[in-house]
Design a binder for this molecule. Structure first.
Ligand code: FES
Length: 364
């Protein structure tokens, strides 16, 4: 290519001046074109982190802020923000001639990446040999400093006690003791912006949802999730956790990667009034999407029905019920029995194309 041919006309300077930052494609090159104080800058559109579209981000002074997870690159030089200068996206020479913006596509700087330590959760998913392991997830919201009796927590305690008696390792995670952010909807920006491990977990070392991810993806062979019924649905903390688990399911959507393999889930649902089956239905549907397998009779539940509007009695009934305690213990046993079977056979796929949804193409 002759030297002049390297300079490609990408549009009218007047037109390109109207928007501070935009994405354009020229000769199969995806570019982020910016203008600030009358000076154009052109860098690659693809962010170093996970390929986010820089041209769809925003300007913070002379830095482009990636729309996916907010990494910053200088709009003219492509260098990362101070402290991350080793992270560079390709930058292109640009000039204005006769009212046209010209970009030299042949003279881009090189992309370089500052080494980032992988997040511990991103390690290969492989069961560490040892006794069966069961995690109990208590989703009841309460003041952790002044705990109260919770029927679902109480029965979860019976389930874990039985699991320990059967020789399993147990781990109790109370969501109300964890500080974790609500899902911030990275998936709603782009499927590929919802990463494993979760983007929030990677960016915020104070976020404690990593405990749940560690238990679900790496540690546990079985999980039992216990929830109260709140206005006919599972608890708000359950849903806060569930939304943050989108990244586990999304690994299948964007990479065909099955993170939950040979794992079992069971549920304990307790409410003063009814709607047990609707709560169970939501939980079963969601955990199935994560990749969990269910034992026969995958949940136990208790409610005294619409006409028994007397919570004090309900607490007493759950606290003193030998049948419910036994039901919780049997649920734990069913979960562990199935987990043992699944681990022995090890038949779960490691990869499944789009979770079986091949009919829907993933827009790129
Ligand atoms: S910050 Fe750009 S893709 Fe994550």
């Amino acid at each position: 290519m002759a030297a002049d041919e390297n300079w490609v006309n990408v549009g009218s300077a007047e037109e390109l001046s109207k928007i501070p930052l935009r994405r354009i494609t020229v000769k199969n090159r995806d570019l982020a074109v910016s203008i600030e104080n009358g000076t154009f800058g052109v860098v690659s559109n693809a962010c170093n982190h996970a390929g986010g579209p820089l041209g769809e981000g925003r300007l913070d002074g002379d830095y482009i802020v990636c729309p996916w997870h907010n990494w910053k690159f200088h709009r003219c030089t492509g260098t990362g923000e101070p402290g991350f200068e080793e992270d560079r996206v390709p930058a292109y020479p640009v000039k204005v001639e006769n009212g046209r913006v010209l970009v030299n596509l042949a003279a881009a700087t090189r992309r370089t990446k500052k080494p980032h330590d992988p997040h511990p959760l991103s390690r290969t998913v492989a069961r560490v040999p040892g006794p069966l392991r069961i995690a109990g997830i208590a989703t009841s919201a309460m003041d952790a400093d002044n705990p109260r009796f919770s029927g679902s927590d109480h029965l979860l305690g019976h389930a874990l006690a039985e699991a320990a008696k059967l020789g399993a390792e147990t781990r109790l995670i109370r969501l109300n003791e964890l500080k974790f952010r609500a899902c911030e909807g990275y998936y709603s920006k782009s499927a590929r912006a919802c990463t494993w491990p979760c983007s929030i977990t990677q960016m915020d070392s104070n976020d404690q949802m990593d405990r749940v991810y560690e238990a679900f993806v790496h540690w546990a062979d079985a999980v039992i999730v216990a929830s109260p019924i709140r206005w006919g649905a599972a608890s708000s903390l359950y849903f806060k956790m569930a939304e943050r688990l989108n990244c586990v399911q999304n690994a299948v959507t964007i990479r065909n990667q099955v993170l939950i393999r040979n794992k079992v889930a069971g549920f304990i649902i307790v409410g003063g009034q009814d709607n047990i089956q609707a709560v169970a239905g939501q939980m079963l549907g969601f955990f199935a999407e994560l990749g969990f397998i269910f034992p026969q009779f995958p949940y136990i539940a208790h409610s005294r029905g619409w006409s028994r509007e007397d919570m004090e009695r309900n607490v007493e009934v759950v606290r003193n019920s030998a049948e419910l305690a036994e039901g919780a213990a049997m649920l734990a046993k069913r979960c562990l029995d199935l987990a043992a079977h699944l681990i022995t056979r090890d038949e779960a796929p490691k990869s499944i194309e789009r979770g079986g949804r091949k009919a829907h193409a993933l827009p790129v």
